[in-house]
Write a new protein. Structure first.
Length: 75
């Protein structure tokens, strides 16, 4: 039986930034989900891997991309 590890990244904020983050997640091979709501947009990205260290590396890369987009968006 193989191991399966999953982490869900959830973020809520500006719709334009959410779209950019969703695109970055897609570029990294993830399937993002966007949910518009009053005052912003919710973004969910589920990251899965069979190896815990690989999962951590993938989540770290996703968060680095999100951070760069947020910094660029906020000026």
């Amino acid at each position: 039986m193989s191991e399966a590890h999953t982490m869900t990244v959830r973020w809520t904020g500006d719709g334009v930034l959410a779209e950019a983050m969703a695109a970055a997640a897609s570029e990294q091979g993830h399937a993002p989900f966007l949910f518009p709501e009053e005052g912003g947009t919710k973004l969910f990205v589920e990251v899965m891997d069979s190896d815990l260290q690989s999962l951590r590396d993938r989540v770290d890369a996703l968060l680095v991309a999100f951070s760069a987009l947020e910094e660029q968006h906020n000026g």
